[in-house]
Design a protein around this ligand. Structure first.
Ligand SMILES: C[S@@+](CC[C@H](N)C(=O)[O-])C[C@H]1O[C@@H](n2cnc3c(N)ncnc32)[C@H](O)[C@@H]1O
Length: 323
């Protein structure tokens, strides 16, 4: 390891990021089983052009090709780079089948939910209609991705709902406003590194109640559905007023005024990185953007590394990371 950012010797740059394709030749410089975890947010399908490059993810003709590329990259390359006890976290969003080019219709303008942002300056100008699917349908991309990953051998341990209290308002009147995204937590093997995460147990009324292994007669008064409800709450609560963390996380989208607006909030990835990477370990992001993953990893005493196809963000990354 060298330098304040503890860049590993095998990493082919003095900076923690490299400009390149996420499945390009540079992946071969990463030793097998060297990464503790991968956490990332690929561009959503047909959202916008970040860079004028045919290798850009999200610019595929069909969403099936997009999903196939993602699953092939994660399974064919990154699975090998992950330690056996490693984890892969992927934030991925859905797409409404638009009736025209991005930004040309109301549904087209609102069909993407990535990071709750409503900016379309980089939106693709070509129609992105998924042929054979009705207008206005969500295409189910997160579900298709997750099931394809399971079919490829990944273990899906959790689906996290990232609920956004301050989501982008919608002008749609014939459906509900989308205020969440998915974060999938995969592992390579059934046994893996995981530091349990706790959250405060909010229920107070049963705190003094002790479950002794028998049915609790007053469960009705305790507003539990049945005796097992009492038991469940006792188990969840533990003895220190906390319980095992749940899967709906309320986090506001990141507000970022720089040139790269589709960033995820530091808070969103802080818990996964704490849970799935041991101190001093390596957290990798193949779609780095402004470098949020590196920043949060470093803040926890972990090494953050990543790729991004677009060199235009380098100054942005340097400023954000204080390089
Ligand atoms: C949604 S952004 C990631 C934002 C990041 N999570 C953050 O917080 O800054 C997706 C990124 O993927 C990059 N990208 C697109 N295609 C790529 C490819 N083939 N290889 C590597 N990076 C790519 C884009 O340039 C963009 O910066």
């Amino acid at each position: 390891m060298t330098g304040i950012l503890q860049i590993p010797e095998w990493w082919a740059s003095t900076k923690p990021y490299i400009n390149g394709d996420w499945v390009g030749p540079m992946t071969q410089t990463i030793p097998d089983r060297s990464l503790d975890m991968i956490i990332t947010s690929p561009p959503y399908w047909s959202l916008r052009n970040y860079v004028d490059d045919s290798r850009e993810m999200g610019s595929e003709e069909t969403f099936m090709t997009y999903i196939h590329r993602l699953v092939t990259g994660f399974t064919g390359i990154y699975r090998q780079k992950l330690k056996d006890g490693g984890a892969l976290w992927v934030n991925i969003g859905d797409t409404y089948n638009g009736s025209g080019g991005a930004g040309s219709t109301k549904e087209g303008r609102e069909r993407h939910t990535q990071f709750g942002k409503g900016e379309y300056s980089g939106a693709q100008s070509n129609p992105t209609r998924a042929k054979g699917y009705p207008n206005k349908t969500m295409l189910g991309i997160p579900f298709r991705f997750a099931t394809a990953m399971i079919d490829s051998g990944w273990i899906l341990r959790n689906t996290i709902i990232w609920k956004k209290p301050s989501c982008k308002p919608s002008s749609a009147k014939d459906r509900f406003t989308v205020d969440f995204e998915y974060l999938f937590f995969f592992t390579k093997n059934p046994h893996y590194y995981f530091k349990q995460q706790k959250e405060p147990a909010k229920s107070k009324w049963w705190i003094e109640r002790k479950y002794n292994g028998k049915a609790v007669k007053e469960y009705g008064g305790a507003k539990a559905e049945d005796p097992s409800g009492i038991k469940r709450r006792m188990i969840e609560k533990g003895s220190d007023g906390t319980r095992n963390m749940r899967t709906v996380w309320e986090i506001n989208p990141a507000s970022f005024k720089g040139g790269h607006y589709a960033v995820y909030p530091e808070e969103l990835i802080s818990v996964p990185i704490d849970a799935c990477c041991k101190p001093g370990g390596i957290v990798f992001d193949p779609f780095l953007g402004r470098g949020t993953t590196i920043k949060v990893a470093n803040s926890q005493g972990k090494i953050g590394l990543g790729f991004d196809l677009c060199g235009d963000y380098n100054t942005l990354i340097d400023e954000y990371l204080g390089l």
